[in-house]
Design a protein around this ligand. Structure first.
Ligand code: ATR
Length: 281
């Protein structure tokens, strides 16, 4: 019986999320439930592996030879992993980060599905290329966010506490920039996206944007997903504007990844349910 179980697992295609830390990742639950719902859990399983920065090369080689089908990369590996891959998708190359690696018979190709986590939910509300975007933040998360208007040829402006960092990112994406403290109003924008860490962790009681700048025409998107409803989104809700929760980003990047790993259409309802059950408290 035990051998039989091992045998079954050995024949399964493995997908794994690597990061440091990785214990709290919801990717294994989200993907495994999706496998079950499609009846492909006898073919695939998804687990997690804590990989420290200095161990990355070792694990990528190991996964390559063990024919691990998919490698999901999270902090701190999204940039470093690129040097171990055979091919990198054009979008991932421009963003400068890979969150998804597909292993096809030992050839590793890197993709970035994080930007779809931003593009898909916005696309459900407004025409992506015609919207005007105010992006708050200029760190790693903001890079993925800024790629969306960039790719669409849409107008965007980057606002950041440290104006020099806003300038650097703006030069790369060929857009306007300003310091957060220079905001006077955001009337010219349709979509406001928080890509800073304000609203989570120690900054849970803070918002990156004074409430008066949110007006009824705005769509407010917060990339922060813990807590489910940040102060920024609570204030947007009070104003009655359209909101996009950070959980949508997790969902749509995960769905695109699921499709790359399995070739099956991702079951949105099940994957959303896993995220909601774990994050909406
Ligand atoms: P990530 O990879 O999550 O984007 P990061 O690269 O460290 O993390 O970037 C964090 C972002 O949150 C930055 O834009 C940072 O602003 P600075 O460039 O000025 O540091 C922003 N941020 C963090 N704490 C902030 C705060 N208290 N107020 C405003 N912005 C803040």
């Amino acid at each position: 019986m035990v051998y039989k179980q091992i045998g079954i697992k050995k024949n399964k295609k493995r997908c794994v999320i690597i990061g440091d830390p990785v214990e709290h990742s919801l990717s294994p639950a989200m993907h495994n439930e999706a496998y079950k719902s499609l009846g492909i859990d006898s073919e695939f399983y998804f687990d997690k592996q804590r990989v420290k920065s200095e161990e990355l090369g070792y694990y990528i080689d190991k996964f390559r030879t063990e024919k691990v089908r998919g490698i999901t990369c999270t902090i701190p590996h999204k940039v470093e992993v690129m040097k171990y891959l055979d091919e990198i998708d054009e979008v991932a190359r421009k963003i400068g980060a890979v969150n998804t690696v597909v292993n096809t018979n030992g050839t590793l190709k890197g993709y970035n599905t994080d930007y779809l986590g931003v593009a898909v939910p916005i696309d459900q509300c407004i025409c992506l290329s015609e919207a005007r975007y105010a992006i708050i933040g200029a760190g790693g998360a903001a890079r993925g966010v800024a790629f969306v208007p960039f790719q669409e040829g849409a107008y965007m402006k980057i606002f950041n506490r440290t104006k020099d960092k806003a300038r650097e990112l703006a030069e790369e994406f060929n857009c306007d920039y300003a310091g957060i403290d220079e905001i006077e109003n955001l009337d010219e924008f349709d979509v406001i996206i928080n890509a800073t860490s304000v609203g989570m962790g120690d900054l849970i009681d803070e918002t990156p944007l004074v409430k008066k700048y949110i007006t009824s025409k705005h769509i407010v998107f917060d990339a922060v997903y813990v807590p489910y409803e940040t102060k920024l989104l609570r204030e947007a809700k009070e104003k009655g504007v359209k909101m996009i929760h950070g959980i949508e980003m997790l969902l749509y990047q995960g769905m695109a990844q699921f499709e790359l790993y399995t070739g099956h259409k991702a079951p949105e309802y099940i994957m959303r349910k896993v995220l909601m059950e774990n994050l909406k408290f």
